[in-house]
Design a protein around this ligand. Structure first.
Ligand code: FB9
Length: 495
């Protein structure tokens, strides 16, 4: 079969001087990739042909378009579902989903059906014509074949209905090579022990090794783009001498997630609109008692020069278990440990999932991966924070930074970080940062001349930008196209 196709292609080249693989596939009703494979196999037989690649726009059916090609347009399906004599209740048609709604509207505008709103038993749909021609289905068949008439307006209409999509097709102009021939000698590809033993190999013509041939991709696992980006961020922190914090606890007490960070118990971020609270186990009970008392005191009365928040701090509020809203909760645990021993400067980082009960949209889900860098040392200032942000983002290929004053409950001063993205030709918010407040650090036992600078960003946002993903549901979730996960090349953060 393969030899037959090869010889057909060679004959077509002989008759016409050259062929275009895409046009040849369309004219012979063959799959274009099969034709390209045959040309590649002819190429491997020596210099029979020469190939020149060309790219052009073509239309291809979407999954919905293929469904219409198989089952008919949504309007034709609705027409077929209407009982030709008794009609069909509108609700029975509409309950079949969005396609039925669209199909009914189109069937009405095509004059295929009519609606009797006063029919007995409820609004009822009747056929207006005895038969229909499903033009959409026929036109999509032409698109699938790559031939046949279809107007620009129809193409725009079908694209708007997400039945077709525009793709870049690569084809090959195949011409005669120096050793052109219309017959292909079947080349041997295997040298067997028998052939050596009985000398039959001497009468064989072996196919040349094609050292440029791509090997068969091994069946293996694939890293999700998010995990590829996460690994790159992790590598950057490790290169900068940071130690990874243990983030293997999605569940956290409100104490470590909020109170330890000097975030007041009445802060809006602590209510159920922004935070996921657990029913079971509802509360945590094990806290370092002396530290807890210091946290309670600093919230109620202040200290270390702070006035505090002047409210009655409640243990039961701090005991509530939640899905952590930031990995800064882990930073709090680590800094507390640091404060409980003889102080030595430290550089920590974390990259893991956090959860926020927020309004979902095209770029935000109820969870994301937060990245956080923390540096604890004597007498660190905002200048040190700005310096390390330049060093960090330079490793991501971002050297043009701007800083904008911001507010965080646990850092003062705080800054939003912006970088000019050469690809997007605009300033992009790339993170948030700040200097942890004394009201957070001193109850932990850290020396008064120790300050801690920190910054945070996400994994999803840079991944979406680098992989050209507009809707986060194309990146994570049950609807993603796994083929994109398998085939996506690694996108380097620093290029
Ligand atoms: O990641 C973000 N933006 C970003 C990062 C890198 C990037 O690289 C591209 C290759 C070029 C592009 C964009 N942001 C933070 C900024 C925005 O996307 C923002 O809209 C969304 N933010 C998330 C929070 O949203 C609820 C990103 C997430 C975020 C924000 C703040 C922190 C962490 C993550 C923090 C912090 C912090 C502050 C002080 C001390 C300790 C931690």
């Amino acid at each position: 079969m393969a030899v037959l196709l090869n010889e057909e292609i060679l004959k077509a080249i002989d008759d016409n001087g050259q062929i275009d693989t895409y046009e040849y596939a369309i004219s012979t009703g063959r799959d274009h990739q099969i034709v390209v494979g045959a040309v590649k196999s002819i190429q491997s037989m020596g210099n029979l042909v020469t190939c020149e690649q060309r790219s052009f726009n073509t239309w291809s059916l979407t999954d919905e378009g293929k469904e219409v090609l198989e089952h008919g347009s949504h309007e034709a399906v609705v027409y077929a579902s209407v009982d030709p004599t008794a009609g069909t209740l509108l609700v029975d048609i509409m309950e079949r989903g969005d396609n039925a709604k669209l199909g009914f509207s189109k069937a009405m505008s095509n004059g295929w059906v009519m609606l009797d709103k006063n029919a007995e038993g409820g609004a009822r749909v009747f056929r207006k014509v005895d038969s229909i021609i499903d033009e959409v289905k026929e036109k999509l068949r032409n698109v699938a074949k790559g031939s046949g008439r279809i107007s620009e307006d129809e193409l725009k209409e079908y694209k708007r209905r997400k039945l077709i999509t525009n793709i870049i097709t690569k084809s090959y102009i195949v011409s005669k090579g120096d050793n052109f021939s219309t017959s292909v000698e079947k080349l041997d590809t295997d040298l067997t022990p028998d052939m050596i033993a009985n000398d039959s190999w001497k009468d064989c013509t072996f196919k040349e090794y094609n050292f440029d041939a791509m090997g068969i991709p091994p069946v293996c696992g694939h890293l999700h783009p998010l995990m590829k980006v996460r690994a790159q961020y992790r590598q950057i922190f490790l290169e900068m001498g940071f130690i990874e914090m243990p983030t293997n606890n999605f569940i956290e007490s409100s104490f470590w997630n909020f109170d330890a960070l000097f975030q007041p118990q009445q802060h809006p971020a602590r209510d159920a609109h922004d935070t996921f609270f657990l029913k079971d186990p509802e509360k945590s009970f094990e806290f370092p008692q002396q530290y807890l008392e210091k946290v309670k005191t600093v919230h109620q009365y202040g200290g270390f020069g702070s006035e505090g928040y002047k409210y009655e701090w409640k243990l039961e509020e701090a005991q509530k278990n939640i899905l952590r809203t930031h990995t800064t909760a882990v930073s709090a645990r680590m800094l507390y440990k640091l404060g409980q021993q003889k102080f030595t400067p430290a550089k920590y980082f974390s990259i893991d999932r956090v959860f926020r009960n927020e309004t979902l949209d095209a770029t935000h889900l109820a969870e994301f991966h937060q990245i956080e860098g923390v540096v604890a040392d004597y007498d660190l200032t905002l200048g040190h924070l700005i310096g390390i942000l330049y060093a960090f983002f330079k490793k991501l290929g971002m050297e043009k930074l701007r800083f904008k004053p911001a507010y965080n409950p646990y850092t003062e001063p705080s800054m939003e970080v912006f970088s000019y993205h050469e690809g997007l030709k605009k300033w992009v918010e790339v993170g948030n940062s700040g200097v942890f407040r004394p009201e957070m650090l001193l109850p932990m036992g850290l020396p008064e001349n120790v300050s801690v600078i920190a910054w945070g960003l996400s994994v999803e946002r840079p991944t979406m930008i680098m992989y050209g993903v507009d809707n986060i549901r194309e990146l994570v979730g049950h609807k993603i196209n796994l083929e994109r996960v398998y085939t996506n090349p690694i996108c380097r953060l620093d290029n």
